[in-house]
Design a protein. Structure first.
Length: 130
């Protein structure tokens, strides 16, 4: 299954608490929690680009499956990240200062479900394929 495509968020649960668990500051948390992002994923073999667009900011995350890279978050924080493929999932592991965070994106024909976990906090976000 190809993961490539454009996805619009349809629902978000407990996202602000997740952002708090990973150390995102108050103002950035409020902006992020109120946004409804569109994600566009392109793939070329094991090389991927994930473009996230909100009314506040656009970010591009380029990565190769299984290779650690330095990710820069929207608030400027930088940390080591690795993304691997597990069947119909992309599993992203972020090594933050005080906690390890995992984002699991499960792809279906209709969209994707993202489960974000850090420090015992779980957030779920749903996206439809457009």
């Amino acid at each position: 299954m190809s993961f490539a495509g454009k996805y619009e968020m349809t629902s978000s649960d407990n996202f602000e608490e997740y952002l708090k668990a990973v150390g995102v500051g108050f103002a950035t948390r409020k902006l992020a929690a109120s946004s409804k992002p569109t994600e566009e994923l392109t793939e070329d073999g094991n090389a991927f680009t994930l473009k996230t667009v909100t009314t506040f900011k656009t970010t591009n995350l380029a990565f190769v499956l299984g290779e650690e890279f330095i990710e820069e978050r929207e608030d400027g924080d930088k940390f080591p990240t690795t993304i691997v493929r597990d069947g119909n999932k992309l599993v992203q592991t972020q090594k933050l200062d005080n906690v390890t965070a995992t984002i699991t994106r499960t792809f279906t024909a209709d969209g994707l479900e993202a489960t974000l976990e850090a420090d015992g906090v779980v957030s779920k976000r749903s996206y439809k394929r457009v």
